[in-house]
Ligand binder design. Sequence first.
Ligand SMILES: Nc1nc2c(ncn2[C@@H]2O[C@H](COP(=O)(O)OP(=O)(O)OP(=O)(O)O)[C@@H](O)[C@H]2O)c(=O)[nH]1
Ligand SMILES: [Mg+2]
Length: 344
Amino acid sequence: MKFLDEAKVYIRSGDGGNGCVSFRREKFIEFGGPNGGDGGKGGDVIAEAVEGLNTLIDYRYQQHFKAKNGRAGMGKDRHGANGGDMVMKVPVGTQIYEEDGETLLADLTDVGQRAVLARGGNGGFGNAHFKTSTNRAPRHANPGQPGEEMTIRLRLKLIADAGIVGLPNAGKSTFLAAVSAAKPKIADYPFTTLHPQLGVVGIDGREFVLADIPGLIEGAHEGAGLGDRFLGHIERCRVLLHLVDGTSEHAGEAYKTVRDELAAYGQGLLDKPEIVALNKADAMTAEEINQQSTRLKRAAKRAPLVVSAATGAGVPEVLRALVKAIEGARPAAAGQPEQAAWQP
Ligand SMILES: Nc1nc2c(ncn2[C@@H]2O[C@H](COP(=O)(O)OP(=O)(O)OP(=O)(O)O)[C@@H](O)[C@H]2O)c(=O)[nH]1
Ligand SMILES: [Mg+2]
């Protein structure tokens, strides 16, 4: 399936139906009075977050979304039918912006969450509505109100518990493939990964979602390489896994390059708890591991875990560290209520 995380679409809610002007006309009934019904309400355009989607690719093929108009009111006090709503199904994690791309209209972070993006116009009142003691034969009705139209932007920010960052070729995709059922492309050239991938990881009876994103290089915030736009997908991660290729020239420098790009991107990425791991241990001598670990420790100000995504050595330790950090980073308000101590 293709991946797309930005889309621009045009939406229009339904117009309200017109009110009706009509009079009761029956044999032997004089002055039957007004009986024009009200128009129906126009349909809304609604966005709904659904399970099982992780791309906005559908919105490349369909870019116009219109709700149905309300039907006009009719004689004999018949109310016009309401127009049907248009429901746009989007992946969880989709943010909806106005056309400017800056004004946030909705942020759909939970399955089933809905937002009304454009409200349908109200139906007009029929002439029966305008009957008063002094005007018992009103000859006017209201027109339905028009719907709203606008262009909106959808932006998907995947929701994962942990995100893997690192230079190209650090072994990020290899790691994701080793710990989950995800099947990312893996190869020894930079920028193998062109879009984010998610995988579900299980360890010690816990599960969490891990995201693999394209590698970062120096200057990514200025557009170098694939740029830094995919960092949007780890904005909502609780924890980062920073993988450093041990066979690279200088693990400390590699680490700093990525941290600088995270800093340039902002959005609190630097403040997230970070697990640092030196990868490709299988391809290094003990001496090299020592040297690169020392460099990495100096740069990260803490000893890295040593791992081989290829052989699996050290992987459970990394996963346990991630689980611990994820649970530690859970906001207190969202903590499990069953753990709260109850004092009688
Ligand atoms: N020896 C060894 N090679 C590894 C290990 N992990 C990854 N590799 C190799 O390193 C190369 C790059 O791996 P990827 O997983 O594609 O790297 P990536 O970080 O996803 O790279 P980008 O997607 O380009 O950012 C591949 O040839 C992998 O086989 C490891 O633990 N040991
Ligand atoms: Mg990759």
